[in-house]
Design a protein around this ligand. Structure first.
Ligand SMILES: *Cc1c(COP(=O)(O)O)cnc(C)c1O
Length: 380
């Protein structure tokens, strides 16, 4: 099946009890059993819920995987992957990734005896060098948040396979529409469904997708044992969001391209970080593994003072100043004080994330209006 058809139909079967075309929100905690142990496959809603089941089927299909699992947030999905590990295990992670992932690793899992090595994953050789006999997991994000660095997923998959460890790819920024890491050899794909999958800034949710049945069993066991499951209403919202993912992504890409090119030619704007530029350092890999370049980009002003950045951040009218991304409406963000405040300043600067970097999540409004909004903000 082609992508557009999959997004509309994945996981959606007419409801067996009424024929409802949309999977109902099964707002229930438990299911009545005919006799002890005799049931219709549903016992208790932490373990099984029909709305969640439909979504998990959709999750599997949109990432070209066999299995999908839904979690109460993106971070909860990451947390479930970490619970596959045991004290003494080592993880190699990207030095440029979502602040909350770094916080979970450094502030929660380090104290349980998991060791993390952070490397620049844009050069896969750095991962190879960091591998030890204790390495159990490689965690990458591509494109990265907020610097739009690209890691070669197929190259890292080959390293992970040779080392006998798992590769998990945070695919939130690209969305399944632009990139499918399982096809490139990754073991697990993680999404913050809060972003492009939900797409309407009205839900917090996370997802894991995989092909290996044993891995699915382990992660399902963690899902039900630790209990970070999303409610049925949230599952319904993401299921509905997925139906328009391709339409939204087409416009996100088109608007992202227009805004990136416009910013690059603006006299007040310094560097623009967008992986669609041919002179982006990882453009060739982005072109190889992504279908297009998305609606996320960052930029710096030529005047690199905090005052100048703050002026732009507080002057846009269509771009709302907020954390998060991937919704239909455009957002502007200041990573240093907002999404990435949990990363120590020295570490942040060393990784190239300056105090004055501005990140945009370009929405699906009319591109001319978005550009006019940026124009007046830059003129302020
Ligand atoms: C938002 C985000 C997360 C965390 O997801 P939540 O749904 O907020 O818990 C993880 N990775 C990336 C790239 C994100 O943007």
């Amino acid at each position: 099946m082609k992508t557009a058809t999959t997004y509309i139909h994945a996981g959606s079967e007419p409801d067996p009890s009424t024929g409802a075309i949309m999977t109902p929100i099964y707002q229930t905690s438990t299911y009545v059993q005919e006799a002890p142990g005799v049931n219709q496959g549903f016992e208790y809603a932490r373990s099984q819920n029909p709305t969640r089941k439909a979504l998990e089927e959709a999750y599997a299909q949109i990432e070209h995987g066999k299995f999908g699992l839904a979690f109460g947030s993106g971070v909860a999905a990451t947390d479930a992957v970490m619970k596959l590990l045991a004290p003494g295990d080592e993880v190699i992670a990207a030095n440029d990734m979502y602040g909350g992932t770094y916080r979970l690793f450094s502030k929660v899992y380090e104290k349980f005896g998991i060791q993390f090595t952070y490397v620049d994953t844009t050069d896969a050789a750095n991962i190879q060098k960091a591998i030890s006999a204790k390495t159990k997991l490689i965690w990458i994000e591509t494109p990265t948040n907020p610097l739009m660095n690209i890691t070669d997923i197929a190259a890292v998959s080959a390293i992970a396979k040779a080392a006998g460890c798992l590769l998990c790819v945070d695919n939130t920024f690209a969305s399944p529409y632009l990139q499918n890491p399982l096809d490139l050899g990754a073991d697990i794909v993680m999404h913050s469904a809060t972003k492009y999958l939900g797409g309407h800034s009205d839900v917090i949710q996370g997802a894991l997708m995989m092909n290996n049945a044993e891995l699915r069993e382990q992660l399902y066991f963690i899902q039900k044992s630790c209990g970070a499951v999303p409610g049925p209403m949230d599952c319904f919202l993401v299921l509905r969001g997925i139906k328009t993912l391709h339409l939204r992504m087409e416009r996100h890409c088109e608007n992202g391209r227009k805004v990136a090119q416009w910013l690059r030619n603006h006299p007040k704007v310094g560097r623009v970080y967008w992986c669609g530029f041919e002179d982006h350092p990882n453009h060739a890999i982005a072109k190889k593994q992504m279908r297009d370049f998305g609606g996320m980009l960052s930029f710096e002003l030529k005047d690199d003072s905090m005052d100048a950045a703050k002026k732009v951040l507080s002057s846009t009218k269509l771009f709302s100043l907020a954390e998060s991304l991937g919704g239909v409406e455009s957002l502007i963000n200041h990573p240093a004080s907002m999404t990435h405040a949990s990363i120590p300043r020295e570490k942040r600067i060393a990784n190239g994330l300056s105090d004055t970097l501005i990140r945009l999540s370009v929405g699906v409004e009319d591109a001319d209006d978005l550009i006019a909004d940026l124009e007046q903000a830059l003129a302020s």
